[in-house]
Design a protein around this ligand. Structure first.
Ligand SMILES: Cc1cc2nc3c(=O)[nH]c(=O)nc-3n(C[C@H](O)[C@H](O)[C@H](O)COP(=O)(O)OP(=O)(O)OC[C@H]3O[C@@H](n4cnc5c(N)ncnc54)[C@H](O)[C@@H]3O)c2cc1C
Length: 498
C-alpha cells in the first residue's frame, strides 16, 4: 500500500520512541516512519516517575502491564509525598484517586471540613485508600472497595526510562518503524515555504520527510535551532534551574509512592524501582553551587550510590509554538516543567494524542496547527500553576523559600487559591490534567484551610456525619489490611530478572 506521508522523528529518548510506537500502532498503514538517534549524543537518562494516565497509553499500545514492569524494573506508584514543603518536618501526600464519599455536588472535603469545625480530629487523608495503602507499603490491583461502589486503588508507575525507551523501540521496529543511527549536522529548510525538507547526517546522508517530529531533547534541533520558534521563560515563577541525578542501591521495602523532600534551595526526589532507587536534587543555582548540590544529594541517600551524580541544566518554560510549519516538538524540545508532579512524560503522551487527533492529511492546515498550539498552551499553563502552588504556599525560613513565598504568581493561580481559601471550592478548567482532589490535597498540605464549607454538608445531622466518617475510615482500614504488600505483589506478578 502506498504510504500517504513520510514522517521523520528526530530523537530516540522516551519522547521519540513513545511517538514512534503510537504512530506506528495507530497509523502505521498510512505513514512511513523513520526515527533518527545518535548514540554519541545519548538521552537525558531521567524521567522515571509517572501519573496514572500512562496506563492508558500502554494499553492502547497493547502492552501487558506485568510484562512492562518486568522489562523496565518498574514498581507501582500511588501518590507523591511532599516532605517539608510547607514546614520542615511536616509531610503530606498528593494521593491519586478519590477521597471519602462526595455529597452530591459538594466534594467529600466539605463534609470533613464541617466535622473538623465541630471538633472532629481525623485527618483528610484518613479517608484516602491510596494514601493509607501507600504508607502501609501495600499494593494489589483493586478496581473498587469490595462490596461498595467506592473507587479502589488508582496507580501510576515508577520505571527505568532507558529500559522503557528500549522496550518501545522493540515494538516500534516490529510495527515497521525504521531506526537510523546518526548525528544530524544540518537541518535543510525549503527556501520558499520555510518548512523542513530534510536533515543531513554527519555521514553526508540526507533524510527527507513530509512531516518532522522534534524529540531531540533540550537541544531542540528542529523547532528551536532551525525554525527559531521562541521560548517562554518561566524562571521568575519557578526559579530552580539545575538538577543533580544519581541512582543508589535498592531499598526494602520498595515503597509504592514517590518522595519529594524539600531542602534549603530546592528539593530531592526518591523514586523506588525494583533494581535500584532513582534520586535527584532539583535546585536553584542562585543559592547552591553544583558542588554543594552534589554533597547535599550524596549525604541524603538511603543507600550507597551506584554511579556519579550527573548535573543537568534546564530553563523552565515552553516553546511559544509547539507546532510550527511541518514540525511538532514533543518532550524536552517542547518545553520543560520540573518533575515535581511527574508531568513530563504525560505531556509527551498528551502531545501525541493531540497530534493524532489533528494529524495532517498530506497538507498542513493552519487552523489545525493553531488548535494544537492553543490546547498545548492551556495544558502547560495549568500544570505550571499547579507546580507553582507547591512553592508559593510555604512557611520555610530559608531565603529561597522566602523568595518563592513573596514572588508574584499568575492571576489564574491567585484566583484558584483565593477561591479555595474562602469557600473550599476548586473548579477543573478546560480538560485540566489535575483533578479538584489533587488541588485540595496540595492546598491543604501547603497550609490553606478553607474558611467555609458548602451548605450541602449541613444536610446531614452531626450524628450522621460521625457515622459516615467512622464507616469510611473502617472501610479504608479494613481494605488496606487485606491488601498484599507491594514487595509481595511485585515478586508474584512482575519481578524483574536483572
Ligand atoms: C532532572 C529531570 C528529571 C526528570 N524526571 C522526570 C520524571 O520523574 N517523570 C517524567 O515524566 N519526566 C521526567 N523528566 C522529563 C523526562 O526525562 C523527559 O520528558 C523524557 O525523558 C523525554 O526526553 P526526550 O526524549 O524529549 O529527550 P532526550 O532523552 O534528551 O532524547 C533526545 C534524543 O535526541 C537525540 N539527538 C539529540 N541531538 C541529536 C543530533 N544532533 N543528531 C541525532 N540525534 C540527536 C539523542 O540521541 C536522543 O536520542 C525529567 C527531566 C529532567 C531533566
Amino acid at each position: 500500500m502506498n504510504k500517504l506521508m513520510k514522517v521523520v522523528i528526530v530523537g530516540g529518548g522516551s519522547s521519540g520512541w513513545m511517538a514512534a510506537s503510537m504512530l506506528a500502532r495507530l497509523m502505521g498503514q498510512q505513514l512511513d516512519i523513520t526515527l533518527i538517534e545518535s548514540d554519541d549524543v545519548g538521552t537525558v537518562g531521567v524521567g522515571e516517575a509517572t501519573i496514572p494516565p500512562i496506563a492508558y497509553f500502554n494499553k492502547v499500545l497493547g502492552i501487558d502491564e506485568n510484562e512492562f514492569l518486568r522489562e523496565t524494573g518498574g514498581t507501582f506508584k500511588l501518590g507523591i509525598e511532599f516532605d517539608g514543603w510547607h514546614t520542615p518536618g511536616k509531610a503530606y501526600m498528593h494521593a491519586f484517586g478519590r477521597i471519602g464519599k462526595d455529597m452530591g455536588l459538594a466534594g467529600f472535603h466539605h463534609t470533613w471540613l464541617r466535622a473538623k469545625a465541630a471538633g472532629h480530629v481525623s485527618d483528610y487523608w484518613d479517608y484516602s485508600l491510596n494514601y493509607q495503602a501507600a504508607k502501609a507499603n501495600k499494593y494489589q490491583p483493586l478496581a473498587t472497595i469490595p462490596n461498595t461502589n467506592l473507587q479502589g486503588l488508582v496507580h501510576a508507575y515508577h520505571f527505568d526510562a532507558g529500559l522503557y525507551a528500549r522496550y518501545l523501540r522493540k515494538l516500534s521496529e516490529l510495527w515497521g518503524v525504521t531506526r537510523q543511527e546518526g548525528f544530524i549536522e544540518k537541518v535543510n529548510l525549503n527556501p520558499t515555504s520555510g518548512c523542513i525538507d530534510s536533515v543531513t547526517l554527519k555521514s553526508g546522508q540526507a533524510i527527507e520527510g513530509d512531516f518532522f517530529i522534534d524529540c531531540s531533547g533540550f537541544r531542540a534541533l528542529l523547532i528551536g535551532d532551525a525554525l527559531k520558534t521562541g521560548y517562554e521563560d518561566w524562571r521568575h515563577w519557578l526559579p530552580c534551574d539545575r538538577a543533580m541525578a544519581v541512582p543508589c542501591e535498592r531499598v526494602d521495602p520498595v515503597m509504592p509512592y514517590t518522595r519529594s523532600m524539600a531542602h534549603g534551595a530546592g528539593w530531592q526526589w526518591r523514586i523506588p524501582l525494583q533494581h535500584r532507587t532513582g534520586n535527584g536534587l532539583v535546585y536553584c543555582s542562585d543559592y547552591y553551587t553544583d558542588e554543594q548540590a552534589r554533597e547535599l544529594l550524596l549525604s541524603n541517600l538511603d543507600a550507597s550510590p551506584t554511579g556519579d551524580p550527573r548535573p543537568i541544566k534546564f530553563v523552565t518554560g515552553r516553546r511559544e509554538k509547539q507546532w510550527y510549519k511541518n514540525c511538532v516538538a514533543l518532550g524536552l524540545a517542547s518545553g520543560f516543567l520540573e518533575p515535581l508532579e511527574s508531568t513530563s512524560l504525560h505531556l509527551v503522551q498528551s502531545g501525541i494524542v493531540r497530534l493524532m487527533k489533528l494529524f495532517p492529511r498530506q497538507q498542513m492546515n493552519q487552523i489545525d496547527i493553531d488548535e494544537y498550539n492553543r490546547q498545548s498552551q492551556i495544558e502547560f499553563e495549568r500544570i505550571r500553576d499547579f507546580i507553582i502552588l507547591h512553592y508559593v504556599l510555604n512557611d520555610r525560613p530559608e531565603p529561597f523559600w522566602q523568595r518563592c513565598r513573596e514572588m508574584p504568581i499568575p492571576d489564574t493561580l491567585a484566583h484558584k487559591i483565593e477561591l479555595f481559601a474562602q469557600s473550599g471550592r476548586v473548579f477543573r478548567e478546560q480538560d485540566e490534567l489535575f483533578t479538584d482532589i489533587a488541588w485540595y490535597q496540595v492546598m491543604m498540605g501547603q497550609g490553606v484551610m478553607p474558611r467555609a464549607y458548602h451548605s450541602l454538608a449541613d444536610s446531614l445531622s452531626e450524628q450522621q456525619v460521625e457515622e459516615l466518617l467512622s464507616s469510611l475510615s473502617t472501610l479504608v482500614n479494613g481494605t488496606v489490611s487485606q491488601l498484599s504488600t507491594h514487595n509481595d505483589y511485585l515478586n508474584r506478578a512482575c519481578k524483574a530478572h536483572f
